[in-house]
Ligand binder design. Structure first.
Ligand code: HEC
Length: 172
C-alpha cells in the first residue's frame, strides 16, 4: 500500500503546488486523510467465478443445434415418416406432429415429456430401440419443425435437464 500511497501523495502535492481548482484539492485531501484509495484495480474484493452457463428453461432458449435437428430429420425419415408423414402431417392412424396437434399435446409440459413418450412408445412395434441419441435428435427435429429456434448447444438425452425445459408457445 505504501508505494501507491506515496505516488498518490506526490501527485497531490504537485497538483497542490500548481494550485489547481477546488475539485483537485478535495481529491488530494481525500487521499491524505482516508489512506489508500479504495477502488484500485488490484485491491478490489475477489469476485465470484463466473457461473457455468445456466441450463435452459424453455424451448425458446435455443436448446438444440441445426446439425442436431438435421440428424433428427434423418432418423425420423428412417423410423417415423412412414406413419407420421414426411411433412409430419400424420397419416391414417398416426397423429400429426406439428402445428395445432403439437401444441395441443405438449403445451404446458416439459421437453422431458416429449422425449419420454417418444422414446418409450415409438415406433409402436419396437419402442425404445433406437438409442438415446437418435431419440433426442428426433426431439430436436420435432422442435425445429415446430418453429423453435436453434442455438449453439446440443440438447442432451438427460432426463433431469429435460425436466426443466418448458414447452412454451412461440411468440406470435
Ligand atoms: C407404425 C406406425 C408408426 C411409426 C413407425 C411411428 N409412429 Fe408415432 N404414432 C403412431 C400412432 C398410431 C400413434 C398414436 C398412438 C396413440 O395415440 O396411442 C403415434 C403417436 C406418436 C406421438 C404422440 C405420442 C403422444 O404421447 O401423444 C408421437 C410424438 C410420435 N408418435 C412420434 C413418433 C416418432 C418420433 C417415431 C419414430 C421414432 C414414430 N412416432 C414412429 C404410429 C407410428
Amino acid at each position: 500500500m505504501s508505494r501507491r500511497r506515496l505516488i498518490g501523495a506526490t501527485w497531490c502535492m504537485r497538483l497542490a503546488v500548481a494550485i489547481l481548482v477546488l475539485v483537485t484539492g478535495s481529491a488530494c485531501s481525500t487521499v491524505a486523510v482516508t489512506g489508500p484509495p479504495v477502488a484500485a484495480d488490484d485491491e478490489l474484493p475477489s469476485t465470484e467465478p463466473a457461473p457455468p452457463s445456466a441450463p435452459p428453461t424453455s424451448v425458446l432458449d435455443g436448446i438444440f443445434t441445426e446439425a442436431q435437428a438435421a440428424r433428427g430429420r434423418a432418423a425420423y425419415d428412417a423410423h417415423c415418416a412412414e406413419c407420421h408423414g414426411e411433412e409430419l402431417g400424420g397419416g391414417e392412424m398416426a397423429p400429426g406432429l406439428t402445428g395445432v396437434a403439437f401444441r395441443f399435446r405438449w403445451r404446458g409440459l416439459k421437453v422431458a415429456d416429449i422425449y419420454d413418450s417418444v422414446q418409450s412408445t415409438m415406433p409402436p412395434e419396437e419402442p425404445a430401440t433406437l438409442g438415446d441419441q437418435p431419440y433426442i435428435d428426433i426431439v430436436a427435429f420435432l422442435l425445429s419443425a415446430n418453429g423453435y429456434p436453434t442455438g449453439d448447444r446440443e440438447l442432451a438425452a438427460d432426463s433431469r435437464l429435460l425436466e426443466g425445459v418448458a414447452v412454451e408457445r412461440m411468440p406470435p
